[in-house]
Design a protein around this ligand. Structure first.
Ligand code: BES
Ligand code: MN
Ligand code: ZN
Length: 479
């Protein structure tokens, strides 16, 4: 699809269809046109997510107008804009429009996010034409120069999030650790101030990453430890660090998962995918910060050399870990990644992202990201980023009372804490490998996948929380 910008009035665009935002009082965004006479009859009430396709509207050059709901005028926020933009372009696309025009629905950036996130489809593995659905060939954004700049920022952010969605959605026979490295190098090709390291298992042995390697041992697929360094800030300026769980498939290992629904575990690399995509956004937007992204990548398999329950391994900070359950592998690979990131980069802030626990899904479902941090300041920054971008965070406790559940008979600590508070004991485990206050652990197990397509979200991997983290990074850039 071609995407262009123009400064013509949206009503004068010579296209197949345009998108017009409508509030609950039936007034249109910026009162660009009076659609009331067309909207008075019917179910469309201007509510968020609502839509109505109109034909041959007087005073408009294009044959189709997609009226999309922005909700009540005083409550319309970026999230309503994203949903309305996605709803509008999809409605036109599904009705055969090949050329589509759109203007800002309140925020040009959020409009672009809605459009490009909404039009994303994962169908690259389908080979039959019959399976291909209609597409838009040309999209024209009309607005001021300032709005066109904002639009391009939103488009970039959406494309990075779509990169994360794709990496999370791809099956594990294609998206191996090696493929992650290749795709990352390809995505960053030509961008300035970026250095990529793709360390192998030999290197991890030298680093004494016994926890990471204990997971990799059960698989014949070579593990990788991917590091992306971005230098957009000054020499010696501490970086923002993002660390993502990259289990390209989680069978559970010897503590094997049930077969029902196991295929969803191809998405157990969603944290790594979001990490890479966030760094990609930071680099593409040229933010004036230093940043580092770290992704330990491996399968969790029950091979002949696989780790067995009660085995004891040593993480790279020397701590001994009793592996009580090989299915609690995410915290193992993250422990070594956190130790490495702190000691190598001394970041001002370190954020890890992981599809870590089924318990997180039970606790918060799919609307909030479970957020664990000892820092009140970092919590406030994340809360603001979540509310602006629609990827919302909910703070969870990190109380030392929970530590008792992960005490081990054999070693310093064990990797499970029983059924009660399963996502909190997982976070308490990670905390053992962190030495600073400005750390946040984001458990995205509940939000990583969507059961059904809705608004700008596809069915499947949603690429969370790439928008929120790029927003957070951009705040560090301006201050
Ligand atoms: N990747 C899973 C967590 C998960 C489960 C994410 C379902 C999304 C949907 C993780 O590695 C895991 O298996 N966790 C175990 C931990 C338990 C053994 C302590 C879990 O949550 O059951
Ligand atoms: Mn697991
Ligand atoms: Zn897992």
């Amino acid at each position: 699809m071609e995407a262009n910008t123009s400064n013509e009035s949206i009503l004068a665009l010579d296209v197949d269809g345009i998108v017009i935002g409508v509030y609950e009082d039936f007034s249109t965004i910026r009162d660009v046109i009076d659609l009331k006479p067309y909207l008075q009859i019917g179910k469309f009430k201007g509510k968020q997510g609502g839509k109505r396709l109109l034909f041959n509207v007087t005073g408009v050059k294009t044959p189709m107008v997609a009226a999309v709901g922005l909700g009540s005028k005083d409550k319309a926020d970026e999230e309503s804009v994203r949903i309305a933009a996605a709803t509008g372009v999809k409605l036109l696309r599904d009705n055969g429009a090949k050329r589509v025009g759109i203007a800002s629905l309140g925020s040009a950036k959020a409009t672009a996010e809605g459009v490009f996130l909404g039009l994303y489809r994962f169908d690259e593995l389908k080979t039959l034409d019959a399976d291909k659905r209609p597409t838009i060939e040309e999209l024209i954004f009309t607005g001021t120069e300032e709005e066109a700049r904002e639009w391009l920022i939103g488009k970039t952010i959406a494309e990075c999030q779509n990169f994360a969605r794709r990496m999370g959605e791809l099956p594990s026979n294609i998206a191996t650790p090696t493929y992650f490295v290749e795709q990352t190098k390809k995505a960053f090709d030509g961008l300035d101030n970026v250095k990529i390291h793709d360390y192998d298992e030999k290197w991890a042995e030298k680093q004494k990453m016994g926890a990471f390697l204990s997971v990799a041992k059960g698989s014949d697929e070579p593990a990788k430890f991917l590091v992306i360094e971005y230098k957009g800030g000054n020499d010696g300026e501490k970086p923002l660090a993002i660390v993502g769980k990259g289990i390209t498939f989680d069978t559970g290992g010897i503590s094997l998962k049930p077969s029902q629904g196991m295929g969803a575990m191809r998405g157990d690399c969603s944290g790594a995918a979001a990490t890479i995509a966030t760094l990609l956004g930071i680099a593409k937007l040229g933010l004036k910060i230093n940043a580092v992204g770290v992704a330990p990548l491996t399968e969790n398999m029950p091979g002949g050399h696989a780790t067995k329950p009660s085995d004891v391994v040593y993480a790279s900070n020397g701590k001994s870990i009793e592996i009580d359950n090989t299915d609690a592998e995410g915290r193992l690979i993250l422990s070594d990644a956190l130790v490495y990131t702190e000691k190598t980069y001394d970041p001002h802030t370190i954020i890890d992202i992981a599809t870590l626990t089924g318990a997180m899904m039970i606790a918060l479902g799919s609307h909030y990201i479970g957020t664990f941090t000892p820092s009140d300041d970092l919590w406030k920054e994340l809360e603001e980023a979540g509310n602006t971008t629609g990827e919302k965070f909910w703070r969870m406790p990190l109380d030392k009372k929970y530590k008792k559940q992960i005490e081990s008979q054999l070693a310093d600590i064990k990797n499970t804490g029983g059924r009660p508070a399963g996502s909190i004991t997982a976070a308490m485990f990670l905390k053992e490998f962190i030495g600073r206050d400005r750390w946040a652990h984001l458990d995205i197990a509940g939000v990583a996948w969507a059961e059904a397509e809705e608004g700008y979200k596809p069915k499947g991997n949603v690429g969370a929380p790439v928008r929120a983290l790029i927003h957070l990074a951009s705040k560090y850039s301006s201050s």
